[in-house]
Ligand binder design. Sequence first.
Ligand SMILES: Cc1cc2nc3c(=O)[nH]c(=O)nc-3n(C[C@H](O)[C@H](O)[C@H](O)COP(=O)(O)OP(=O)(O)OC[C@H]3O[C@@H](n4cnc5c(N)ncnc54)[C@H](O)[C@@H]3O)c2cc1C
Length: 312
Amino acid sequence: MSSPAAQHDTPLIDRLPAVRGRLSANAPLAKVTWFGVGGPAEVLFKPADADDLAHFLANTPGDVPVTVLGVGSNLLVRDGGVPGVVIRLGRAFAGIEVINADILCGAGALDGNVARAAMEAAVTGVEFLSGVPGTIGGALRMNAGAYGVEMSDVVVKAVALDAHGGRHELVSDDLGFEYRKSIIPEDWIFIHAHLRGHAGHADDIQARMDDIKRAREDSQPLRTATGGSTFKNPQGLKAWKLIDQAGCRGLRVGAAQVSEKHCNFLINHGGATAADIEALGEEVRRRVKETSGIELVWEIRRIGVPAGGETR
Ligand SMILES: Cc1cc2nc3c(=O)[nH]c(=O)nc-3n(C[C@H](O)[C@H](O)[C@H](O)COP(=O)(O)OP(=O)(O)OC[C@H]3O[C@@H](n4cnc5c(N)ncnc54)[C@H](O)[C@@H]3O)c2cc1C
């Protein structure tokens, strides 16, 4: 693994500021992402709280790349690992409070827990989150959405730290939400969100969440190692249809396969490398381009370097 930071003789972990949270060198990432593949983080940092994170960012040398992970449900970590520091937000960032129709949550809170807390408080509008298996931070970054509702519909405000630890309060318009993305700089880290639903009935909300669960069970390979939708839907089209028409349903590279159930999902049957999964995705893109002329765009974020790789 090589990064500008790796040009130093001193191990990266010894160049980082003292923190109250936990720093670990050469920390495996495969078991903390859904695909279950990929190399280690050069250093993994789990901040104790938002002040600890801000202090760390303010005092980390500028040549050290910093990457934040949620629970890795839309992420492919390459086999050579991630140079620099990878940050994961733990329990201190997972709080959820519902006041009237306002839902205040940490960026490390699981989307499903936020949906459940809203349901218990009889607040409707965020049921879609019950089926998105990520964190609120990942949902803000990706403008996560399902069944016609997305984060842009429910976000009132978000708080992010910039690369120097500066705190920014952002209203929904500042986030520049588009289909599966927000325009906030890649090196900013969301730490908090304020969502708003409206008054509803817990039974109706639960019924809606049950419908969502059933629809997903029927259409998605949920109990497998996957990264969710691999490619964004091109304007007015469905990526899965283009992939199907290109004859890619069930296509394999090693132990990586295009799902038979939902062909915009790639699956690791066990033993696939990140390189297999990425090569499979690129082969799907090539075949779709050949048959339809359309270039699919990755929705899954790919991070880190290939095995023995030099560049990020
Ligand atoms: C079975 C399955 C079903 C899925 N269904 C859907 C769906 O219906 N709709 C949908 O939109 N997505 C879906 N996804 C994809 C995924 O769950 C979402 O994109 C989710 O929002 C990613 O959240 P995460 O916390 O896992 O982020 P990660 O996958 O860990 O990271 C994704 C991106 O977000 C960034 N990020 C994470 N946390 C933060 C933070 N605190 N601050 C700044 N950036 C951050 C990361 O750097 C990375 O660029 C599905 C995935 C799976 C596996």
